[in-house]
Design a protein around this ligand. Sequence first.
Ligand SMILES: Cc1cc2nc3c(=O)[nH]c(=O)nc-3n(C[C@H](O)[C@H](O)[C@H](O)COP(=O)(O)O)c2cc1C
Length: 148
Amino acid sequence: MNALIVYDSQYGNTEKIARAIGDAIPGARVLHASEADTSELESVGLLIVGSPTHGGRPMGAVQTFLSKAPASAIEGINVAAFDTRFSSRFAKVFGYAAGRIANALKRKGGGLVVEPEGFFVEATKGPLKEGELERAARWAGEVLGSVP
Ligand SMILES: Cc1cc2nc3c(=O)[nH]c(=O)nc-3n(C[C@H](O)[C@H](O)[C@H](O)COP(=O)(O)O)c2cc1C
């Protein structure tokens, strides 16, 4: 399985999650969204996209990646989405990035293999809540195990 993880990160927490996911998937590549052009999607069998949640949405580079990626590159590939977020009930009002990423990937024909997942930070700049890197590795295993 040729897996690609595409992420954005302002303070480094989402990058840590992306790398933990990448480490749990043999041979996976991990790329910042600004480096992930369409040619990177060639021969990818599993695409995982993640971003910090900003105002309920993914950050700009991930939004640009999602809007620029042609449906022909996403159509028929296995996809999954994650974000980092606050655990407060207040944050729920705005929604989260992962669901929006998943919807964008599905609109382009991607086959969502697991529900979008959120990983929690303690505060805006982090750190990640305890255990979240381990949970990310377990989630990656779940994603891999759900690829048809
Ligand atoms: C401008 C801004 C808006 C944010 N909006 C939300 C939000 O709507 N919901 C939420 O759960 N967290 C929100 N956060 C917290 C981010 O999710 C948190 O900073 C992020 O998970 C840290 O990841 P990073 O280190 O990869 O940048 C916001 C943070 C910033 C800076």
